[in-house]
Design a protein around this ligand. Structure first.
Ligand code: ADP
Length: 375
């Protein structure tokens, strides 16, 4: 191997932070020459103003400089031609035609919808922390914020306001926060516009676009933060992802249970499977150890029991009770998920345990043909 070959190997292994693949595989490495101890490295970026440009350039520089015998490196950065970009997007789609959804029934990605009957029960806070917790456990995680009324996920994950997916032609690369690839309906709104006013067909198109045009790459889990209730988005997602799994979030308050039960039943009507109930805002422990049930008690168990009553469906367990926690709330307010920053917090521990449970149980076997081996 010549010195230039060794530099090429080192540079080709640099990872594109958005596409999460080595730039060699992405055909981004161009001419490499070595004169004496000086390497001149040419690379091309996907688009002008690529947000990851500075980082790629620095990583390429460092990779080349790490090769024994190289003392100086110049990196020359260019931009792909439209033909080169088309070839790249085709490669990324892996033969899948444009506008085809990669999360169909045959996909290896588990799709988990996080639903609730009403707003304010902590669904988005839970979803953001659950996503980060699953990613910390080594899973490849995507998160779609489809909550038209709230779209609070970017804030909860500390994604700067105004951040948008990077577009390579008609492919969109989701921003990555704490290892979670995230798209939010809020990233597609013009300033001052609210999605709440959107009509059903517009919402349907947007949700469809999230699932088809956003390049998530291979994922183990795709979480979807659903709007509360059983409106247009729930119906669209029911049509697009009839095989999805559903987590129903409720508070301990009996009054909140009825609407939560309804959201689970509607999801089931579209063929989706309710895998469990999460009770949030359960007892608050005072410094002297007394537990205050600020929002009552028993709502989670009640929802789980009601959803288990249908003889044709699998039993629905109460998977977790997340206590009230000012630390969890604060983490959401400042965009630093509590499971990362304060893992010992009671709510963080309950959410991490839930994530482990979900990761361990894998995709449910209910409704799937089991491979049988007969001797
Ligand atoms: P939803 O998505 O259901 O509308 P959010 O996730 O926006 O609800 O949560 C509503 C509010 O409740 C937020 O201010 C959040 O920080 C707070 N919150 C959620 N869960 C808890 C909890 N377990 N303890 C304390 N505050 C919580």
């Amino acid at each position: 191997m010549t010195l230039a070959d060794r530099v090429r190997t080192a540079v080709a292994a640099v990872s594109d932070p958005e596409l999460r693949r080595p730039i060699g595989d992405l055909d981004m490495v161009r001419d490499i020459t070595v004169e004496g101890e000086t390497a001149r490295v040419g690379i091309v970026l996907t688009i002008v103003g690529c947000p990851a440009a500075a980082r790629i350039e620095r990583d390429v520089h460092d990779a080349a400089a790490s090769v024994a015998g190289i003392a100086q490196v110049t990196v020359e950065v260019g931009v792909m031609t439209s033909d080169e970009r088309r070839a790249l997007t085709e490669k990324l789609r892996e033969g899948r035609p444009a506008r085809q959804m990669p999360f169909g029934p045959d996909s290896l990605t588990r799709v988990i919808l996080v639903s609730s009957g009403k707003g304010g029960v902590g669904k988005s806070t839970l979803t953001a922390n659950l996503a980060v917790s699953l990613a910390r456990q080594g899973l490849r995680v995507g998160l779609v914020d489809a909550d038209v009324h709230g779209f609070s996920i970017p804030g909860l994950l500390g994604i700067a306001p105004g951040t948008q997916p990077t577009r390579i032609d008609d492919l969109m690369l989701p921003p990555v926060a704490h290892d979670v690839k995230t798209v939010s309906i809020g990233m597609f709104l013009r300033e001052g516009e609210g999605a709440v006013a959107w009509r059903g067909p517009m919402l349907h198109r947007t949700v469809q676009q999230f699932l088809t045009d956003v390049f998530f790459g291979d994922l183990d889990v795709l979480l979807i933060d659903m709007p509360p209730g059983t409106g247009d988005v729930a119906i669209s997602i029911g049509q697009l992802l009839p095989h999805a799994e559903v987590l129903v979030v409720t508070t301990p308050q009996p009054a909140a249970s009825d609407v939560a039960i309804r959201s689970g039943l509607v999801a089931r009507q579209t063929g989706q499977r309710v895998i469990g109930v999460v009770e949030n805002m359960s007892g608050f422990t005072l410094p002297d150890g007394t537990v205050l049930d600020l929002f009552g008690a028993g709502g989670g168990a009640q929802v789980a029991a009601a959803l288990s009553a249908d003889a044709d469906a699998a039993e629905v367990p109460l998977l977790a009770s997340i206590p009230l926690s000012p630390t969890l709330r604060h983490g959401g307010d400042v965009g630093v998920p509590v499971v990362l920053d304060q893992p010992d917090d009671v709510a963080a521990q309950a959410i991490s345990a839930l994530a482990r449970d979900i990761a361990r149980n894998g995709r449910g076997l209910a409704g799937r043909p089991l491979p049988l081996t007969l001797n």
